[in-house]
Design a protein around this ligand. Structure first.
Ligand SMILES: [Zn+2]
Length: 334
């Protein structure tokens, strides 16, 4: 599918671990996985909800042992993202999840950052690194990890909040976000995926985030929608993820086109593409087929992805100009 330049804003690098790479790393690192082979692993990819996905996602992380493993996973994503038309990517890593299984920050963050440092030269993709914290673990633990990241001068640009959302509201993490803001980091948080729309308001009012990941449940509150439109808060929507985790019953019922018509700043993202049936181009292809998206719709979604990004202003303007040319029917220059 012919797409304009895209920014991917909602992407967990551990969620790009393809089954083949998982088996390869397991063999290389001598990690015993609970399934016998590739086919048995593939059979695990049927999820009931967010938690059933998270169980598999955390189990598969066991294969990531060395700094080079993290680098290899990151290179595989960037290569695939380049083919999808991604020109800017804001990549989340879950350092806490790796610490829990004895892998230190230099290995996890360092392995990803090694590759991101050269992503523009090597893949034509400018990148931003987001350290995401696990909302289903104590805030004190997240605060300690953030202090450690800052003390080691880790090349992170932003912090995020992910993992099991229900009963883990943003309000628990105010001190963490205050500290990150004081350290000059940008702020994002998952909210309104499985959790209620009040979590979106909390993320804005209490955590003072620059952007909300998912946010689709905002539609349950008209006043919140009016606010999100007025403030043009970026919402990083992940259609195939929502279908796989049963946040919506089918793609046909996905509200993304309604969100676009309402004037919300929505973009299309792949979340954990190895688990949810496709990278960002596949998300666009499925949406375009389901909703007969026009060239103007696709251009609007692509433009929103750059407007919602932390890309350098020059990079952003350059890409927005290419998107306008694409919309007018001219092929963007590579
Ligand atoms: Zn996510």
């Amino acid at each position: 599918m012919n797409l304009p330049p895209l920014a991917e804003l909602h992407l967990h690098i551990e969620g790009t671990l393809e089954p083949e790479l998982i088996m390869e790393l397991a063999a290389r690192n001598g990690v015993d996985l609970p399934w016998g082979g590739l086919e048995e692993l593939r059979e695990q990819y049927r999820f009931e909800d967010l938690q059933s996905f998270l169980d598999l996602y955390y189990a598969n992380m066991a294969v990531l042992q060395r700094r080079e493993d993290f680098a290899e996973m990151t290179r595989a994503y960037l290569e695939r993202a380049r083919q999808a038309g991604v020109r800017h990517a804001e990549i989340m890593v879950d350092p806490q999840a790796h610490l829990h299984r004895g892998v230190d920050l230099a290995t996890s963050i360092g392995g990803v950052a090694d590759v991101l440092a050269r992503s523009e030269q090597d893949y034509g993709i400018s990148t931003v690194l987001i350290a995401a914290f696990l909302r289903d673990h104590p805030v004190e633990e997240a605060q300690q990890v953030l202090e450690d990241l800052l003390a080691m001068g880790a090349p992170i640009d932003a912090v995020g909040l992910d993992s099991a959302e229900v009963d883990n509201p943003p309000e628990k993490f105010v001190a963490l976000y205050d500290r990150a803001r004081a350290a000059g980091l940008r702020l994002v948080a998952h909210a309104g995926e499985e959790g209620p729309c009040s979590y979106v308001s909390q993320a804005l009012d209490l955590l003072r985030v620059d952007r909300v990941d998912h946010g689709v449940r905002c539609l349950e509150d008209d006043a919140l929608v009016r606010r999100l439109v007025a403030e043009q808060v970026p919402l990083t929507v992940c259609p195939l993820s929502n279908v796989r985790l049963r946040g919506v019953a089918s793609l046909e019922e996905h509200p993304i086109t309604e969100m676009l018509r309402l004037g919300l700043n929505v973009s299309v993202n792949s979340d954990d593409p190895a688990y949810f049936g496709g990278y960002v181009d596949e998300n666009f292809r499925c949406l375009a087929e389901e909703f007969d998206l026009t060239r103007a719709d696709i251009a609007a979604l692509a433009a929103n992805s750059f407007r919602g990004s932390f890309a350098e202003p020059r990079r952003r303007e350059e890409m927005l100009a290419l998107i306008r040319r694409w919309e007018e029917g001219e092929a963007p220059t590579p």
